[in-house]
Design a binder for this molecule. Structure first.
Ligand SMILES: Cc1cc2nc3c(=O)[nH]c(=O)nc-3n(C[C@H](O)[C@H](O)[C@H](O)COP(=O)(O)OP(=O)(O)OC[C@H]3O[C@@H](n4cnc5c(N)ncnc54)[C@H](O)[C@@H]3O)c2cc1C
Length: 270
């Protein structure tokens, strides 16, 4: 049975710049990283590989340089890494991204049963959190979002029990496999590759699938398959802060007041 991690290569957010004319990302010269939530998706994929004997696959749709993301996954121990890259996939919104990723998962399922697909809860650039659910809907998989703990995976009964981290509460849910799971940071602590694994991965093959392999209608992918587009990107204006307490004269009381407000607003758990 296969367990798949979907990994997106994203710009290092501290350095993102937007082209003011086209409203698209200025990609030249920016360092890229694996979307942080996706490192947790990959870690869980590896844990299930070793604990349940599943075969693991890392998938990414992106330009050729996204290969670096997939090589990192190989260095960490994933069995296969596949880059979905084609000129036709450029300019994709979440709908067409989900179409391509779902098609690749469907294709993998032709030769081996897919049990689980892990995605991050969202990306740090697009931030829509739509791609994971988009994949689940297209494949008819159970959909479990915001998961912070895998309680039980029963491969004989083909069920999984997880804990979902919702605002102010947790939810334990059991679902039938195959399932698509989006994960939050609390799920696990991602491992680092050892030096020998890093060296071995430099020679390992990152597979590349173009649209020739996936055979998708070119009108359903990339810019042509994207019914949404960005008309403007801007930073929200900062609102004036509210002064609470007598901060300058009594910083300890002010800190206590601030803590109380954060807890009351459910922004901190204590
Ligand atoms: C209206 C609109 C227009 C856009 N136009 C463009 C454009 O012109 N050019 C452009 O480059 N981008 C564009 N984007 C961004 C593009 O949609 C996203 O890069 C992509 O669709 C994923 O969306 P997201 O980043 O919000 O993912 P989310 O839904 O936040 O991601 C959730 C999870 O899905 C998985 N995932 C997401 N994307 C990928 C991927 N590519 N490969 C593997 N796993 C993935 C990851 O596990 C991730 O953690 C646009 C986005 C929107 C909303």
């Amino acid at each position: 049975m296969l367990v798949i991690a979907c990994l997106k290569q994203v710009p290092d957010t501290t350095q993102v710049q937007i082209d003011p004319v086209t409203n698209t990302l200025v990609r030249d010269g920016i360092p890229f990283i694996v979307n942080p939530y996706d490192t947790h998706a990959l870690e869980e994929t590896l844990r299930l590989k070793y604990s349940h004997g599943l075969k693991s696959v890392a998938l990414s749709m992106g330009p050729p340089n996204a290969e670096a993301t997939l090589r990192k996954a190989l260095a960490l121990g994933v069995d296969r890494s596949i880059l979905l890259s084609d000129r036709a996939y450029g300019g994709a919104d979440t709908l067409s991204t989900s179409n391509v990723l779902a098609a690749a998962i469907r294709k993998l399922g032709e030769s081996e049963e897919v049990g689980l697909v892990f995605c991050g809860k969202q990306t740090i650039d697009g931030d829509t959190a739509q791609v994971g659910p988009g994949i689940a809907v297209r494949l008819g998989f159970s959909q479990l979002t915001l998961v912070d703990r895998i309680e039980k995976l029963d491969l004989d009964a083909k069920t999984i029990t997880v804990r979902r981290k919702l605002e102010g509460r947790y939810e334990i849910v059991e679902a039938r496999l195959p399932a698509m799971i989006t994960v939050v940071r609390e799920l696990n602590r991602p491992r680092y590759p050892t030096v020998p694994m890093r060296l071995a991965s430099a020679k390992a093959e990152v597979e590349s699938w173009s649209n020739e392999q996936l055979q998708l209608d070119v009108n359903s992918v990339g810019l042509k398959g994207s019914p949404t587009w960005v008309s403007r990107i801007f930073s929200p204006e900062r609102q004036e802060g509210e002064i609470i307490g007598d901060g300058m004269n009594d910083p300890v009381a002010a800190a206590r007041l601030l803590l109380d407000r954060l807890v009351q607003g459910d922004m901190l758990s204590v």
